[in-house]
Design a binder for this molecule. Sequence first.
Ligand code: PLP
Length: 412
Amino acid sequence: MNRFEEFTTSIVQHIGKKEGPISPVIVNSASFGYGSSESGEGIFEGSVKKPLYARVGNPTSAQLEQLLAQMDGGIGAVAASSGMGAIAMATLSLLKAGDEIISIGGLFGGTYSYFSETLTRFGITTHFFDVDELDAIEEAINTATKILFLESVGNPNMRLPDIAKIAAIAKTHGVVLMVDNTITPLSVAPITLGADIVVYSTTKIITGNASALGGAVIFRAINEGDDKFKEDRYRDIHPFINKMGSMALIANAKKRALRDFGMSANGFGSYLTMLGLETLPLRMDRIVSTVEAVAKGLSARGLSVNHPCLAHHPHHERYKSQFSNGCGTILTIDLGSKERAFEFLNHSKLITITANIGDNRTLGLHMASTIYRDFNDQTKEFLGITPGLVRISIGLESAEAIIDDFSNAAKI
Ligand SMILES: *Cc1c(COP(=O)(O)O)cnc(C)c1O
């Protein structure tokens, strides 16, 4: 059974209750009555498992957190107000001034500016590498390195990391591997491959219909014996390990980031996200095969398509051996110039022009004039942004309809 088939069964079974309301119950209260002072004391102490205040936890979001943790084999998850909120939560819960991040592959524009501009203001340095610069990555690790950060698929350069190999480097050096799996939920299982923390923008394919902004962080359990988090590099986490054991990373994220920065998910958003999640395995299964059909079809008609399912792609072998469930909804097309790219997008009848990805509809955007407009030439080259580059996120439409529409729009 492939992963899509497996989760088609488990996700719907875990969302619906056999008795009472089948659709998840939306709790949107900002605060919760404790009933008695004793119960209030227990809630704050942690011995009474009841909601404390919506900034640090919401019952509807808790159901979503459980589903996402189960999907990725984590011990728990914390939902966030957005994908950037999730990335901020996951990183800020581990970092202090003087620390360093090693960022590999990618990189989503928001994450790039968060690392290169915002965190720099707080004394945190990020070193950026391509997915295949393994020796340089290993050399860059030092005692200040707290996080190896990785995107499961380069967006929009479509380069694929060897996640297991990078996880092995992280293990050898006792450094945390954090994976942004936004583009490949279910297709890639980062914790199984050796990642410690997984972050998502649930805004994208998990919800799938632009109805809710959201994010989530999934944490693995702290091991009973040796564990990299028990080493000196992560001594700030040790009080949480002593108190919470295997669940320490959840408590750490809630107290060190969620409580103090407040990037919290809301009940209604989490409800909409669960409605999307119910059909995620079916949608992913369909879209990853449509992406391949479209990439191959358009490439055969002479368009310059970038996707690792194509034989000339530098990571084609890696795609076949390590990404057997596909690598998400994205492909790119280089139309040669800004003018031709604009013409293509404006002539397509199916494409919705927007900065989003992972929707039920096919979306498209010219990269250099939008998300990457403020980036200098050197950074654009590193990120693979050429003047005619259009990023496409394939939706649920038929492959044939998309190929016809794109061929007309590109006048081929
Ligand atoms: C969209 C996206 C984010 C940010 O998510 P938001 O929900 O928009 O804050 C982070 N990483 C990747 C890979 C994304 O595509």
